[in-house]
Design a protein around this ligand. Sequence first.
Ligand SMILES: [Zn+2]
Length: 444
Amino acid sequence: MPPKKSKKPSRNGYWEFVLECRDKQPNKHMNMQELQTYASRKWSNLSKEERQPYEARAQVARDTYQPTKLTTDGLEIEEVERKEKEQVGKIQDMKNDITRTLKAASFAMNLDEHMFLIIHINHLTHYPNEDRFFICEIAIAALNLKNGIEEVYHSIVKPGKLPLGFYGGALAHSKETHQLIDLAQEDPCQDNTQEVFGEVTQFLKKYRNNHSPLIVYADDKTFDMTTNVINNFRDDFRFDEEIKVYNLQYMFFALRNAVAGKTVWQTETFAFSELEKDVYSYTPNIACAFHEMSDISIYCSKSFVTRYCYTICDHCCAELRIQLVPGFHVPNKSRVVTESRSASKDPSVYSNDDSRSAHSARVNNSLSSTSYDDDYPALASKSSASSVVSFSSMKTVKSASTPKKTAARLEQSFKALSLKEAAKRDHGDLAFPKHGTTRNRNNF
Ligand SMILES: [Zn+2]
């Protein structure tokens, strides 16, 4: 609805007089027509001098009146500018907070253990009347540079029945992307959002950094939606604690520069384009059961967050001399080759069995030989040769079929998956090996 236009000023002295009569009229029940008749009779009896104050008042009103400038959408320009300013301020606050947090972690020498919670949400449709999204899948990865991916939370979300008239749009979006609409809207329509939000908040609390606020990082494309979803959930289920949604691309940019020393990325564009390249897009076995079987894993929320983690590790671990461990920092069957300039006796390829201990040894070595940088004292100096071959150049063959071609496989997926199993959060059967079973993080 367009905002009300600001009130126009009185047209002339007579109109000022009418308004005064209205306020002072003896008969409170007089209608406008009666009032005008009454005022006009009195006005005609006034001398020029008596009319003067009313004329002056009208002149002042005309002089001070400025029509409200509107945008082409009918919105007040001032209001739009105020909102834009507020938005810019919020983004700057977010950037400052991210930079400050990373610097603090770096000074505390635990940037490599700092936990990042990376979120991805798939949605069915946006319902503008209530400004809320109906979502169908959510995944959150808990990542730190030292250990890679600690755990991924994932759930299929059943948002309840879509509002009338919104099914068509949701169906079209679903067909083009995640194809989850049948699962999320299967008869009888269920609503498990409260249960999912409960699990999400538990997960966030489990992996929060010491006493810090709850923060999730969402990619640029889903940032606004994620903010909206989280805020609506907090309102709906009366969750008092704030959950900040921060921009993943900016965090990646800041983290990369925090560990990179002199080879910093000059602009955030580098972070955008590295995530956009998505070199791990067709990694097998990182999607949820439904998407893995339906051959459209690229759209899976669980796959998204996992790929983001791999890309971040790929660009940030080497600078901290952290060995990439398959299944944690890079895809499970990756061959991680060491190219240390000093004749290293470390194996050039780790199997999954000995990778953890090799990883530990390497981190220990690197920490003992760490040199310092003014801004980020916990970081090795840049002159040190990277001991890890970067995976950013590793292109995966994009072989997945288009959504249309996957209809048959999708059919199979539905048959194979009972509703209950699919709706259940499945982070219990992740492809990631469990952390903490063979060693304690504090042993480092
Ligand atoms: Zn999925």
